[in-house]
Design a protein around this ligand. Structure first.
Ligand code: SF4
Length: 376
């Protein structure tokens, strides 16, 4: 804790504590960045931007397979552990432009990490200015934020966290030198909070590279025993299979676009595209079936009647009834009646009008791997 003594004369108001706004992802790095600031007596509030592509809190909440994973919003959990207020802001609509037209391109998959960082720091900068304006309007010294912190580490990510991208993010986001990265600050030029003496540069860190060992050592030093595991990435855009599904969606629609339902549905079920004009979204377990039920007013669907089996949403239109029967035979392959001579299912329009179909399940060998969008 920074315990500098300040002399306050009669009639003077004490200098306020400096306040930082932290980008909190829910991972270890942002958690540590906040800890480092708190250790210097800085007041911190967190902001978490909801893009719709977050890994936690959705698939883990739905799928049986993921039941052992904690059903928590990691950003909220981190905020609770750190004792800070968290602002969760839905940016999913504005974020579309970042995903669709990234100025600095994509990473290994559909992850526009560099543009994403610029966008998020920019959003935080706007919050910082709004808070400053508000503080001025209220003439209530102490309500604003003085700077932004992130858990970025040079060399941690192949594209967005490189030495040359650090000043780029600061500049393009508009945060300039009010952006401090406590975990790697000593490898970067001093920022405003350091130059002004609000934070002590000597107590900041110089972590670089992809190894997680320095962060783990720091976590231990702070007595942090539990934190979200970094493996698996923080968002679906870094996932190969998910990125392929997103690319397939754009190709099928002949335009780069999506809405929130699209990106949620890409997380759920088996996606099979047997023909360019329709895709089958087939639930893999009870939790997914429940989830897909909520979309039956938007999509036509197949539902097994004679046997246990998946619920299937049909994204697209069949060209004929024969094609519908053929698609139903594909779906039947994934039901408990896969070995039966015939199964029955309903083919239901979004408004609820349905038809019974009787089909023979397609043999597994007749379902080529290429139909599985993004792998099985
Ligand atoms: S992994 Fe996702 S959330 Fe993280 S910087 Fe990249 S695009 Fe943004």
């Amino acid at each position: 804790m920074n315990t500098e003594q300040v002399e306050i004369r009669p009639g003077e108001t004490p200098p306020r504590r400096r306040r930082a706004l932290a980008l909190v992802s829910g991972g270890l790095d942002s958690m540590l960045a906040v800890k480092v600031m708190q250790a210097q007596g800085i007041e911190v509030e967190g902001v978490n931007f909801y893009t719709g592509f977050c890994v936690e809190g959705h698939t883990h909440a739905i799928r049986e397979r993921d039941r052992k994973k904690p059903k928590r919003n990691n950003a909220l959990w981190v905020a609770e552990q750190l004792g800070i207020k968290l602002h969760i802001i839905d940016i999913s609509e504005e974020y579309k432009n970042v995903v669709l037209y990234p100025q600095y391109g994509y990473g290994a998959h559909m992850n526009p990490c560099l543009d994403c960082k610029i966008f998020m720091v920019n959003k935080a900068t706007l919050m910082l200015r709004q808070a400053e304006d508000l503080a001025e309007q209220c003439a209530a010294d102490g309500d604003g934020f003085d700077f932004i912190i992130t858990g970025e580490v040079i060399g941690q990510r192949p594209k967005s966290q490189l030495k040359w991208t650090m000043p780029l993010i600061a500049r393009e986001s508009g945060a300039e030198d009010r952006l401090l990265r406590p975990l790697c600050a000593k490898n970067l030029p001093p920022t405003l909070p350091e130059r002004e003496g609000w934070v002590d540069r000597e107590q900041l860190h110089s972590i670089t590279g992809r190894s997680r060992a320095p962060q783990m050592a720091l976590a231990k030093a702070f007595g942090l025993e539990e934190y979200a595991q970094p493996a698996g990435g923080c968002c679906f855009l870094t996932d190969e299979s998910y990125s392929k599904k997103l690319g397939d969606l754009w190709q099928a629609r002949k335009r780069k676009d999506y809405d929130l339902d699209d990106i949620l549905l890409l997380k759920i079920g088996r996606h099979l595209r047997p023909r360019p004009h329709f895709k089958l979204i087939i639930s893999r377990e009870a939790g997914e079936t429940e989830f897909l039920q909520g979309y039956r007013y938007q999509f036509s669907s197949f539902e097994m009647v004679s046997h246990g089996g998946p619920l299937t949403l049909i994204d697209g239109e069949f060209e004929s009834e024969e094609e519908a029967l053929w698609a139903a035979s594909i779906v039947a392959r994934f039901s408990q009646g896969r070995e039966a001579e015939e199964v029955t299912m309903t083919w239901q329009a979004p408004k609820g009008v349905g038809k019974l179909l009787k089909v023979k399940p397609m043999p597994a060998d007749d379902i080529p791997k290429e139909w599985h969008v993004g792998g099985t």
